[in-house]
Ligand binder design. Structure first.
Ligand SMILES: C[S@@+](CC[C@H](N)C(=O)[O-])C[C@H]1O[C@@H](n2cnc3c(N)ncnc32)[C@H](O)[C@@H]1O
Length: 355
């Protein structure tokens, strides 16, 4: 048993089973043994690879979409350029490089990196040099427009799971079987925040609910509705949560989420409808597959321009990266993009109004 498993086991023995959300929080964020607290998990030698680590084109195109929206908003002379969960800082670095030529954009931007991991904050600081930025574990906003990006951030936030039982629900929890962690179910109860899910579920169906995700979406939505700006949210998930998407990844392979606590990445698919509803009164765009979004922003033309300077293995790897980001059988369909923006404004380039 590793030290974090020992802590979790003692806690359950003392106070009873944990919700999945509590378990995710401890495994990912424990101050001493948490997954994100103790390592840089990205890249081929780590546990997973993200879009900005696959190709510079991802950050470049997202950056140009944000900068276009900033120009259309009348080029506000001060604004917060925020990223949630910036990993190695690659997306923000590519965004800043791609927008160098947009007159006034950099001098107006106050860069805010929202990161809980000390290890990754240090990597981000290196990646952004010589740009100035502020780091915080919270989205600390001042009264100016907000231009925000988040790639694979919301999937790392804790979810609770509920199984429908008649017109009520049981919560899936983590308890003990002997000395080992095991899934269990609570007694039947009525959860007011799940009432609307009685319309589209049947007995035995699982739904997921992420209160921390909704709180952050609400903060972003209220801020944008009041002060202007846009948020581009990219993640794997769908319009509405259905089924068990709680998973653990170690060295690019799925593993049991209950084994070796704190050593694997724990995630759940993002429920974009819940984010859109929480972000009201800000408007939300149509949920759009990543591949479609990147094609609309011109990834093929950008890929061709970069390809003309490459040959051999570098060219092959560049072609594979383009395919990986956009192809429906790779990240193109599983990953989705949704923007939050002021009601009445135009959605950012690459996205249409939501219904
Ligand atoms: C899956 S990684 C994505 C990294 C990066 N966006 C990318 O695309 O490469 C999740 C990121 O969110 C950060 N993170 C996770 N939970 C967080 C929280 N509650 N508050 C702030 N950052 C968090 C992690 O430390 C990491 O930087």
């Amino acid at each position: 048993m590793n030290p974090l498993e020992a802590i979790i086991t003692r806690q359950i023995a003392a106070t009873g089973p944990l919700t999945l959300a509590d378990y995710m929080s401890i495994c990912l964020q424990h101050a001493e043994h948490g997954y994100y607290t103790t390592r840089d998990p990205l890249g081929t030698a780590g546990d997973f690879t993200t879009a900005p680590e696959i190709s510079q084109m991802f950050g470049e195109l997202l950056g140009l979409s944000l900068a276009q929206t900033w120009l259309e908003a009348g080029s506000p002379e001060r604004f917060t350029l925020a990223e949630l969960g910036p990993g190695r800082g690659t997306l923000m670095a590519d965004l800043l490089r791609a927008t160098r030529g947009v007159a006034g954009f950099h001098s107006a931007a106050e860069v805010l990196m929202v990161e809980s991991s000390p290890v990754l904050s240090a990597r981000q600081q290196e990646a952004l040099l010589p740009h100035r930025a502020t780091w915080s574990s919270q989205l600390d906003l001042t009264g100016q427009p907000l231009f925000l990006i988040a790639n694979e951030f919301f999937d790392a936030l804790p979810v609770r799971q509920f199984i429908r039982d008649g017109d009520n629900w049981r919560e899936r929890v983590i308890g003990l079987e002997g000395d080992s962690l095991a899934f269990g179910l609570t007694e039947v109860s009525d959860y007011s925040f799940l009432t609307h899910r009685l319309a589209d579920t049947q007995d035995g169906d699982i739904v997921e609910h992420s209160a921390p995700s909704q709180a952050i979406a609400a903060q972003i939505g209220q801020h944008i509705a009041r002060h202007g700006g846009v948020a581009l949210l990219v993640d794997y998930g769908d319009w509405r949560s259905k089924g068990d998407t709680f998973q653990a990844l170690k060295a690019h392979e799925k593993v049991s989420p209950l084994h070796n606590a704190g050593a694997a990445d724990l995630t759940a698919h993002v429920d974009f409808e819940a984010l859109a509803l929480a972000a009201s009164p800000a408007a939300s765009s149509a949920l759009t597959p990543q591949g479609v979004f990147l094609e609309r922003l011109g990834i093929t033309q950008r890929a061709q321009a970069l390809a003309s300077k490459l040959s051999g293995a570098a060219l092959e790897s560049h072609i594979a990266a383009h395919r990986r980001l956009t192809h429906p059988e790779e990240m193109g369909t599983l990953f989705k993009v949704m923007a939050l923006y002021q009601s009445g404004a135009t959605p950012p380039a690459g996205l249409n109004h939501g219904t």
